[in-house]
Design a protein around this ligand. Structure first.
Ligand SMILES: [Zn+2]
Length: 77
């Protein structure tokens, strides 16, 4: 169960992973530097990864994921 305060909703579109909103600059539909396969590798906290948002270079440590959300290591909303 991913706590809402730490969750980043995302969608997969073809081979792109799209964040619905950047937690830093609030850009919408930001394409993340991740592949859908890399997201699946993080399910259940199996892998952790730091991502850099292309919109504003904000960095976020992702420590878990499920089919709808990425889980950050801190509150992002
Ligand atoms: Zn941004």
């Amino acid at each position: 169960m991913i706590p809402l305060s730490h969750s980043l909703p995302y969608d997969i579109l073809m081979q792109d992973v799209i964040a619905q909103e950047c937690p830093y600059c609030r850009s919408s539909n930001v394409r993340l530097p991740l592949t859908p396969e890399e997201v699946r590798d993080m399910y259940g906290g199996a892998r952790k990864r730091t991502i850099v948002f292309p919109c504003c270079q904000g960095t976020l440590r992702i420590i878990d994921a499920d089919r709808d959300y990425l889980l950050a290591n801190r509150a992002i909303r």
